[in-house]
Structure formats: structure tokens, C-alpha cells
Design a protein around this ligand. Sequence first.
Ligand code: PEP
Length: 254
Amino acid sequence: MRKAIVAGNWKMNTTLEDAALIIGTLVQLQAPKSDVERVIIPPFPWIVPLQQPVLDGGFMLGAQNCAVEDQGAFTGEVSASMLASFCTYVIAGHSERRHLFGETDDVVRGKLLAILRNGMYPILCVGELLDERDAGQAFEVVDRQLVAALKGSSKESLSELVIAYEPVWAIGTGRAATPDDAQQMAAHIRDTVASLFDIGFAQSIRIQYGGSVNETNAGAILSLPDVDGALVGGASLKAETFSRIIDAVGSRRS
Ligand code: PEP
């Protein structure tokens, strides 16, 4: 059985004081859990000061982005090799990186390789724009992103891969995908991964849904057969809400 994974992407939000308070409250609210990995993905500067409280509280730490290269004259970049002492997970290809900062499929692949090369686990984000969904191209777009990111890597190197299906129109909009749409795309992603590697590997990787997950819709989303967790933005900034989303994993597999 795939272990559930719920990750909170704080984006460019919180002061250090806010961040410490969220973690402190979450740790108080959350009983130890063996059925779900809980990941906090704060802004870069909070990774070091939060490391101890996050780990002590039974959570894992992730980063929102990383550079393609490991070191050098790349002003403003943070490399995967720098993150490796602190983080377990790194997001690659978040839609805000793709669409606001022009990250191409090739760049996303470079970041995925940097994460793997440095011994961390990628959360690879894929998802279509609203126009693409309306034009019936959602599967095609997601397949293009998957193939571009994964082609050429071995399944051994990708053994801890997490794929987050995040339809762009659902991120930060309050309009989540329906459970049917989320399940359909998650199953499709598994089929595509199976065609790139094999069915056993496709069944072993974890797929998250992301896009306006909240405490009301989390139960339905987290009980979908091909959805193994959630990537949560806005709702992860409120400890009580994020805690209830994590607890919704309990409603998952019977
Ligand atoms: C995200 O940042 O990946 C995300 C899904 O954001 P939100 O939950 O706010 O839609």
C-alpha cells in the first residue's frame, strides 16, 4: 500500500514568527501518525531555523524550488546540493514556476535531475491551464510534461518520485477539480508512467492532487483510489485547517 503524503507549500508567505507559530500549533494538534507523511515546504530562509522543530514534531521538510546546477555563478539561485542537508523533498515544476517564471519542460527536467543527483525526493508538478482543459487537451499537456521530465531517468533513481497533479485553474482560486476529474487524471498519470516504465513501477509511485484543497473537500479527494495525498497551498498556512486536512487521510483506505 502506498503511504499517503500531505505537503503544505507556503509559497512566499509568513514571517519567521508566523512560521514558528504554525509549526508549534501543528505539532500540538497532530498525534504521531504512521499512515501519512506530513511535509512542510516553507520559503528558503526559514528552512534552516525550522528544521529542528519540524523534524522533532514528526514532520518532514521540503523546498519549493532549486537550481538546475549544483554551484557556480547563478546569482539568486539555491542549489539542490545546498538543500540536501535539510530537506527530504523538493518541488519541481510548480505551475507558478512554469507560468510566472517561464520554466520550460527542459528546465523542470534539469531540476528533477538535480534533486535526484543530490539524494532528495522530487515532487513533480504537472497540470493544464483552463484553456487547455476547455480545448480537451488536459491529458495531452500532462503527458507532455511527464514525458519531458521523466524520460531518460531510470525507475530505480525515481523510486521515491511523487507526482502532484495540479490543474493550474484550481491553484489559489477556490475552485478545486471535482473528485471525478482528479481521479481520472491521476489514473491517466499512472497509465502514462506505466507506458514509460512498467505497471509495477506506476503502481508504486505516489500521486498527489493539488489545487484549492481545503478541510471540506479533503476527505473526498484523499479517498480517491489513485490519489495518495495532497499538495496544499493557502490552506496549509492555517495550522488548524492543515491539521484537519492531514486528518482527512484517515477517511482514505479502509
Ligand atoms: C499549490 O501551491 O501548490 C496549491 C495547490 O495552492 P492552493 O492550495 O492554494 O490552491
